[in-house]
Design a protein around this ligand. Structure first.
Ligand code: COI
Length: 358
C-alpha cells in the first residue's frame, strides 16, 4: 500500500449485530476514517480512529450552506475469506465530479480508494455474509470553516463510516419484493444546471416532501419527472429507473439532472452483454402508461448501491394506477439482481472485472 494511515483502536468494541435482523443503516462499526484538507497541505492527516461524535463549530459552513458531498458503496466477504469492493474507482471518479460542482477540492482517486480499503481492512470482521447483506460504506466530505459568509470553504473534513446492512427493501420468501411507486407531478428533484448529477445531501433533503406524499398514498418511493416539463421519467427515489417496453430497455440519459449510478452503469453493461438493446433516452410518463395499457410494458425496476435492483409492481400517477408484471418481480429484474449480487458476493464469476480485493 502506498499510504499508511495510523490506527487508534477502540477500547470498547461493540457487539456485532444479529445478521437475521439487520436493517439498512442503523448500526455502525467500531472505527471511522478521517482526513482533512487545507490550502497549504491539501488532503492530509488521514487516520483511523474509534467511531464517535465529531466536534464542529456551530458556525461550520456545512451546517448553514450545505457545502458537502457523500458517496455510497459496499464491501462483501466471499466464502474463501476474500474481502472485495465493487468498482470503487467509479465512486472515486464520481466524488471528483461532485466536488467540482460543489467547489470542494479534488481528491486523488487512488487516495480515495486506499482510504476506503484501509478502513474496511480494519473492520473486515463486521462484514455480514447472510444472503442480502453487506457492509455499506459511506464516505463524505463537509466544509467545516467557521464563517457565515457565502463562499467556498478553506477547510474540509473527509470521513468514512461503515454500516453492516440488510436488504434496503426486506426480501420475502419468494425473492425480491416488487414496490409501488408514486409518480410525483408537483415537486421536482433536479433541473438543468442544478446539482442533480452530484451526490449531495441537498438533493435528498429536497426529496423528503415528495417521499412523504408517496408514503401517504401507500407507495414506497417516488418516480421523479423532469424539472422543466414534468413529462419525462428521470429517477426512482434514490435510484435510477429502467423501463422494458416491447423487448427494449429505456433509461434516462445522463444529461445533468440524474445521478450517474454505478449500478445503472453495471446493469447497462450486463444487458448489452446479454444482447438487449438499451436506449439512454427521454421517455414520457404518458408513453409508459400507454405501453402499460396496451400490454407492452414488460418490466420496470430501479437500480442503486443501497437497493441493488428494486423491481416495480405498481405505478400510481394522478388518479390512475398501473400494475406491472402482475404486481410481481419480473424475470429480467430477478436475473439482474442474481447476477449483480452474485458477482459482488463471489457466487457468480466476475467476468466483468468489477470486484477489487481489499
Ligand atoms: C446509495 O444507493 O448508495 C444511496 O446513496 C442511497 C442512500 C441515500 C440510501
Amino acid at each position: 500500500m502506498k499510504y499508511n494511515f495510523p490506527v487508534t483502536k477502540t477500547t470498547s468494541p461493540k457487539e456485532k449485530p444479529n445478521p437475521d435482523t439487520l436493517k439498512f443503516g442503523k448500526t455502525f462499526t467500531d472505527h471511522m476514517f478521517i482526513m482533512e484538507w487545507d490550502k497549504e497541505n491539501g488532503w492530509n492527516n488521514g487516520r483511523i480512529i474509534p467511531y464517535g461524535p465529531i466536534s464542529l463549530s456551530p458556525a461550520a459552513s456545512v451546517l448553514h450552506y450545505s457545502q458537502q458531498m457523500f458517496e455510497g458503496m459496499k464491501a462483501y466477504k466471499h466464502s474463501d475469506g476474500r474481502v472485495v469492493l465493487f468498482r470503487p474507482d467509479m465512486n472515486a471518479k464520481r466524488t471528483n465530479r461532485t466536488n467540482e460542482r460543489m467547489c470542494i477540492p479534488q481528491m486523488d482517486e487512488e487516495l480515495f480508494v486506499e482510504c476506503v480499503k484501509a478502513l474496511v481492512e480494519v473492520e473486515k470482521d463486521w462484514i455480514p455474509t447472510k444472503p442480502g447483506t453487506s457492509l455499506y460504506i459511506r464516505p463524505f466530505i463537509i466544509a467545516d470553516d467557521a464563517f457565515l459568509g457565502v463562499h467556498p470553504a478553506e477547510h474540509f473534513m473527509f470521513m468514512i463510516i461503515l454500516s453492516p446492512v440488510g436488504a434496503y427493501y426486506a426480501l420475502t420468501g419468494d425473492g425480491l419484493p416488487a414496490t409501488s411507486i408514486y409518480v410525483e407531478d408537483e415537486y421536482i428533484r433536479a433541473a438543468p444546471g442544478g446539482t442533480g448529477f452530484a451526490k449531495v445531501g441537498g438533493n435528498y433533503a429536497g426529496s423528503l416532501k415528495a417521499q412523504e406524499k408517496a408514503t401517504q398514498k401507500g407507495c414506497s418511493q417516488v418516480l421523479w419527472l423532469d424539472g422543466v416539463e414534468r413529462k419525462y421519467v428521470e429517477e426512482i427515489g434514490t435510484s435510477n429507473a429502467f423501463f422494458m417496453i416491447d423487448g427494449e430497455i429505456i433509461t434516462a440519459p445522463l444529461h445533468g439532472t440524474i445521478l450517474p449510478g454505478i449500478t445503472r452503469d453495471s446493469v447497462i453493461a450486463l444487458l448489452e452483454k446479454w444482447g438487449y438493446t438499451v436506449k439512454q433516452e427521454r421517455l414520457a410518463i404518458e408513453d409508459v402508461l400507454k405501453a402499460g395499457q396496451e400490454g407492452r410494458l414488460q418490466e420496470v425496476w430501479a437500480t442503486g448501491t443501497a437497493a441493488v435492483i428494486s423491481p416495480v409492481g405498481k405505478l400510481c400517477y394522478k388518479e390512475e394506477s398501473l400494475t406491472i408484471s402482475g404486481g410481481k418481480t419480473g424475470p429480467l429484474a430477478q436475473k439482474l439482481y442474481d447476477t449483480l449480487y452474485g458477482i459482488q458476493t463471489g457466487n457468480v464469476v466476475d467476468d466483468m472485472g468489477w470486484t477489487v480485493e481489499v
